[in-house]
Design a protein around this ligand. Structure first.
Ligand code: GLC
Length: 430
C-alpha cells in the first residue's frame, strides 16, 4: 500500500521551484500568498529549514508599504493570466521580484507561530535571527492591513477584489460584483480553462469584472488611499478579518516568546479592535458571521464557509456555539464529504463550481481549528478525519465535490498535501 504521507511530501517536493512552492504545476506557476503559508506548515512537519525558506522567499515580494501581494512572479511563465504585464505594479513598486497588486488572507502570522513552535519543540537554537526577520515582515503587513483596509477603524478589514478573499468565485460577492462594469482595456486571455473544465471555473463575465477591477487599481497607481476612494467593490470581509485577528493573536504569542515588548502593546490594540469588529457581525438568521458590503451598506446574508471562519479568532458564547455546531451538521447532511463552501440548501449551491459548493481541505483545516478553540473537538475531529479520508480516496486535488467525493480542479495541489500532513499528524497526536 502506498504511504500517503510520503505521497504528500512528494507533492511538495515536486512543486518546489527552489525554496518556494507553486500551488500546482501548470495552472498556478508562481508563489501564492496564503497557499505558501499553509504549505510552510506542511513542510514544518518534516523539514523545518524548508518551511522557513518558504516564508523567506515569500517576503522577498513584500511591498515598501508593508503589503504582502497575492502572487509573487519569481520567474516568468505564460501559462497564467493575468501576468505582470497586466498588473504593472513595477511602475510604483521598484522592488524585485515582480508581483500582483492585491493581497490575500494573512495566514502568514499563523504559519510563523506554527513554525516557531516546531523550532522550540525540536530544541533548535539557530533560528532566532530568521524568526525575527519573518516576525518584522508580518508586523509590517498587519500595520498595512489596518491602515489601508480599515481606515475608518471599524475593526473589519475590506477586500477590494474577490481574488483577495481567496474564495474568488463565492456567491457572497455576487451582488457586489454585478455593480462592477464588464468593460476592459486588456485583452482577456484566460489560461485556467485550458487546464481545468470550464464548467468548474468562474464564468467569462466574472472574469471581465475581475480584470476591470485590476485596471481601476492600476490607474490609481496602486496607491491605497486612491484605491479606497475609487473602489467599485469594497467588502468588509469576516473571513479576512478573522484570519487577521487570529494571526495577530499568534504574533502576540511570538512577541512574548521573543521578548519584543514594544510590539506587544501595538498588537494588543490591533487585536482588540478586530475582535470587537468581528463580534459585531454575528447574524442570528444565518447562524454565523456575515460580511458587510461597504458600498451598498448591506449585510451579505449568503450561507458560505465565510460565516464559520471567525471561530478561529473568537471565543463564542454557548448559544453561538450551539447554533454553529447545528448549522455545520445541517450543511453536511447527505454529503459524502463536508464542509461545502456554500450551503447545499442555498439556490447558489453548485457542487463542482469554484467556491460555490466544493470542499477545500484548507478551509476544513481552518474551521476545525476554530471548533477546537471553541470546545467543539468532537466535530473538529470528524471534519479532520473526513478530510484525510477524501484525500486518501481521491488524491491531492484542489477541491472535492461534496455530493460525490470526487476530486476536482488541479490534482497535485500543494496546500492539499500540506493539509494532509498537518491534519494527519494532529489526529495521530490526539
Ligand atoms: C485560486 C483560489 C485561491 C488560491 C489560488 C492558488 O485562485 O481561489 O484561493 O490561492 O487559486 O491556489
Amino acid at each position: 500500500m502506498i504511504n500517503v504521507t510520503d505521497a504528500a511530501r512528494t507533492i511538495l517536493a515536486r512543486n518546489d521551484r527552489g525554496g518556494y512552492t507553486v500551488p500546482t504545476d501548470g495552472l498556478y506557476p508562481f508563489q501564492w500568498n496564503w497557499d505558501s503559508a499553509f504549505v510552510s506548515m506542511g513542510f514544518a512537519t518534516f523539514d523545518i529549514d524548508r518551511a522557513y525558506q518558504e516564508l523567506e522567499r515569500f517576503i522577498q515580494g513584500q511591498w515598501n508599504n508593508g503589503m504582502f501581494p497575492h502572487i509573487i512572479f519569481h520567474v516568468p511563465s505564460d501559462s497564467y493570466f493575468p501576468g505582470p504585464d497586466v498588473w504593472q505594479t513595477d511602475q510604483c513598486h521598484s522592488k524585485k521580484p515582480l508581483t500582483s497588486g492585491i493581497t490575500q488572507p494573512p495566514v502568514f502570522g499563523m504559519a510563523l507561530r506554527f513554525l516557531y513552535e516546531t523550532v522550540l519543540a525540536t530544541g533548535r537554537h539557530d533560528m532566532l535571527a530568521r524568526t525575527h526577520t519573518l516576525f518584522n515582515a508580518a508586523l509590517r503587513s498587519h500595520r498595512w492591513w489596518l491602515e489601508a483596509r480599515d481606515p475608518d477603524k471599524r475593526g473589519l478589514v475590506a477586500i477590494l477584489h474577490p481574488w483577495e478573499s481567496g474564495s474568488d468565485n463565492s456567491p457572497a460577492w455576487d451582488e457586489a460584483l454585478v455593480r462592477v462594469p464588464t468593460t476592459t482595456k486588456t485583452e482577456i486571455c484566460r489560461q485556467d480553462t485550458k487546464h481545468v473544465n470550464a464548467t468548474m471555473r468562474p464564468r467569462n463575465i466574472d472574469y471581465q469584472r475581475f480584470i476591470h477591477l485590476v485596471e481601476v487599481y492600476r490607474e490609481c497607481q496602486w496607491d491605497p488611499i486612491k484605491q479606497w476612494s475609487h473602489a467599485p467593490f469594497k467588502i468588509a470581509d469576516v473571513q479576512m478579518t478573522a484570519i487577521l485577528a487570529r494571526a495577530t493573536a499568534d504574533l502576540i504569542w511570538m512577541a512574548s516568546q521573543l521578548n519584543l515588548s514594544d510590539a506587544l502593546g501595538e498588537l494588543f490594540t490591533m487585536h482588540q479592535l478586530l475582535i470587537n469588529g468581528l463580534n459585531s457581525r454575528w447574524n442570528q438568521h444565518i447562524r454565523g458571521f456575515v460580511s458587510l458590503d461597504l458600498i451598498s451598506g448591506k449585510d451579505i446574508e449568503k450561507p458560505t464557509q465565510t460565516c464559520f471562519i471567525p471561530l478561529i479568532a473568537l471565543e463564542l458564547d454557548s448559544y453561538q456555539r450551539k447554533f454553529i455546531q447545528e448549522e455545520i451538521e445541517r450543511w453536511c447532511q447527505g454529503m459524502v464529504i463536508g464542509i461545502p463552501t456554500t450551503a447545499p440548501f442555498s439556490p447558489d449551491f453548485e457542487s463542482k463550481r469554484y467556491w460555490r459548493g466544493p470542499v477545500w481541505a484548507v478551509i476544513n483545516w481552518l474551521i476545525a481549528d476554530g471548533l477546537r478553540k471553541n470546545q467543539l473537538k468532537e466535530l473538529a475531529t470528524i471534519i479532520e478525519g473526513n478530510t484525510i479520508s477524501v484525500i486518501e480516496r481521491a488524491g491531492f486535488c484542489e477541491y472535492f465535490d461534496p455530493i460525490t467525493g470526487e476530486g476536482l480542479g488541479g490534482n497535485t495541489f500543494s496546500w492539499t498535501a500540506a493539509a494532509y500532513l498537518v491534519l494527519r499528524r494532529r489526529l495521530t497526536d490526539d
